[in-house]
Design a protein around this ligand. Structure first.
Ligand code: AMP
Length: 281
């Protein structure tokens, strides 16, 4: 397996692969890999001749006062884990390699980034779409796999790919959870044992919401209030947002007529966690 740190070497690698008629799958990550990431890689492995992942803690998607500096990093461990899933190449540039002095081009997907994490983390998706567009230009993947755990991110990337006529197929992998239901995340490392216990309320209340819809409740407001109450009653939890939205437009819904997505972001202690679930009718 090769670890590549420069754009020029990565492009050379891609030219070699394409020259041999090989296809490429890219799984972008910020590293500190967990089973969720590894499942994306396992899904990507049979989809192309070459499986490339990126490990890059992208500074442009972090706001002031967010956890950019303390975001967990462990390249040796990540390398071993990635290798075990059949990854052939890790693209691991540093921030200056991706954003050299004088860098000034950004991609902005509009409406779909207005709500949810777009509202609570201004500028976040501008950073995400910019870095993903750059990764697509550098690695030229035929297919790229993203997790449904970051539901809005997936929708935003799909919109960017559609709107900018990018030649990459974007595939989604369902959210991978720990035994108690907590969605796996590199940020779970920040949680104390008590906070980890409290964090279970996210998945528990999403499941209860899905059950309420199955049982016939159609009012988004009623279901939302129940979830808000459950989270507010949990020690250490502070709600960023709890929303029921249309699965494609991500616009808030009043009535659940067909499929809807409940998405939430909650601070557990100092750690901001997100989760979501489809509420099917
Ligand atoms: P990150 O390293 O957090 O930027 O995540 C890299 C990719 O892994 C993104 O496409 C995420 O949506 C995906 N991902 C992260 N955690 C999970 C999870 N628990 N289940 C499924 N996909 C995930």
């Amino acid at each position: 397996m090769e670890i590549i740190t420069t754009v020029s070497r990565m492009k050379e690698y891609v030219r070699g692969a394409k020259g041999r008629g090989e296809t490429i799958c890219l799984v972008p990550t910020m590293g500190y890999l967990h089973e969720g990431h590894l499942d994306l890689m396992r899904m990507g492995r049979p989809l192309a001749d070459r499986l490339v992942i990126s490990i890059f803690v992208n500074p442009t998607q972090f706001g002031a006062g967010e956890d950019l500096d303390k975001y967990p990093r462990d390249l040796p461990r990540d390398t071993a884990l990635a290798q075990s899933t059949g990854v052939e190449c890790i693209f691991h540039p540093d921030a200056l390699e991706m954003y050299p002095v004088g860098y000034q081009t950004y991609i902005n997907v509009e409406e779909i980034t207005d709500g949810l994490c777009g509202a609570s983390r201004p500028g976040h998706f501008r950073g995400v779409t910019t870095v993903v567009a750059k990764l697509f230009n550098i690695v030229e993947p035929d297919v790229s796999v993203f997790g449904e755990k970051d539901y809005q991110q997936l929708a935003v990337i799909r919109k960017m790919v559609e709107d900018l006529n990018m030649a990459v197929q974007v595939l989604a992998h369902p959210t991978v959870r720990e035994e108690g239901g907590l969605a796996m995340s590199s940020r779970n490392k920040y949680l104390s044992p008590e906070e980890r216990e409290s964090a279970l309320v996210l998945n528990r209340s999403l499941k209860r919401a899905a059950g309420r819809v199955k049982g016939g409740e159609r009012s988004a407001g009623v279901i939302r209030s129940e979830v808000v109450a459950a989270i507010e009653a949990t020690p250490g939890c502070r709600i960023d947002y709890v929303e029921i939205v249309h699965p494609d437009t991500l616009k808030p819904l009043e009535t659940i007529e067909s499929k809807a997505v409940m998405a939430l972001a909650v601070r557990v202690g100092k750690t901001r966690l997100i989760d979501n679930m489809t509420l099917g009718v």
